[in-house]
Write a protein that binds this ligand. Sequence first.
Ligand code: GDP
Ligand code: MG
Length: 439
Amino acid sequence: SLSNRLQNVFSKLRGKGKVTEDDLNEAMREVRLALLEADVNFKVVKDFIAKVKEKALGLDVSKSFTPGMVVIDIVNKELTELMGGTQSKLAKANKPPTVIMMAGLQGAGKTTTSGKLAKLLQKGNHKPLLVACDIYRPAAIKQLQVLGEQINAPVFALGDQTSPVEIARQSLQFAKDNNNDYVIIDTAGRLHIDEALMEELKNIHQIVKPDEVLLVVDAMTGQDAVNVAQSFHEQLELTGVVLTKLDGDTRGGAALSVKAVTGCPIKFAAMGEKIDSLEPFHPERMASRILGMGDMLSLIEKAQAGIDADQAKEMERKMRTAEFTFDDFLEQMAQVRKLGPLDQIMDMLPGMNKMKGVKDMKIDEKQIGRVEAIVRSMTKDEKQKPELLNHSRRKRVAAGSGTTIVEVNRLIKQFDDMKKMMKQFSSMMGPKGPKGGKK
Ligand code: GDP
Ligand code: MG
């Protein structure tokens, strides 16, 4: 998958203490191939690569604590930009009801998405009305009615003998009479874009003057979805796109190209057949998902802002050579705490929450003082060699620091866990091996 391929490229970069122009070119070649293979429009790919290269070369990455990470960060930001940057919200009419017209090819998921959108609006305390304007597909009206019943939303239908334009027109009055603040118009689709379909949609458009024209596209169809979007956009002035079937084995191409090609933002993503599987589309989350990194990226950002590079390298060296002592523990804790609450950081590290013992490793502000007291009550030898701390020494330390033996025991365990965590943390974040450590 695209995720796997990109992760491979980046795992090579990640450990690098220095990223040369050759490294960058090589990585970008692979990113380019991965995107093309994921069915991203080739012009979009070309522009994307050019932008990432320009930004990466413009930054003096060698100065960074983690140059490989800087490149990944740039890629992530550009992917996010490609998909619109920030979340695009649903328009709202000055005077209710807000009219949302759904459009798209047959089978794209218009009817299903209409129901899901109604459900989403209900959660926001709105009163959506569903309107059945697909009078052609057998049982299309019934399908919408079933969805409406399921979520307890009214469905406006006039059978299949009234024209869709007329149904749409009358639905607005119905909404006003019944205090529906949103009207969602489900329309018919065809297997292919054709004149008759477009004419009908344009006519409905003219009558209801929608605040939103959402094109529903099947993400599984890749670049075809983008072509469909472009044709619809030329004729209907879309205001947004809904990507459906993102739960399937999609290659990601549609999500990455549609905004760039049509200029239309993706507003929602559907990932399943269930009624509550529609979400507002977040470009930054999608980018992270594509990069397969979860919240690693926000952690990287924080680390870059908060950790002193030289200190981190020295710490890492100590960790590797097992020189890590209780004094370092205190210092390291201060460094890591700059990143934010420790338990939050732990949640962000992949695999970390699965690690044994980590869950009880909550270090809060108040505890820090006690931890310091405990460490200060150790002798120099004990700080250097924690294994010296047998039961009677632990008792002495507890008494000396005004804490309890339970706390002392817990800290020593935390120290061991911390060592493990920092080992994992530094191998993910920083240069690997003795060679990578040099600038
Ligand atoms: P329409 O012709 O555009 O109205 O499409 P429908 O709403 O009837 O959906 C066509 C098929 O796609 C139905 O079987 C839906 O259950 C399915 N479908 C719609 N959205 C999704 C989705 O996000 N994920 C999956 N897996 N299936 C979907
Ligand atoms: Mg339908």
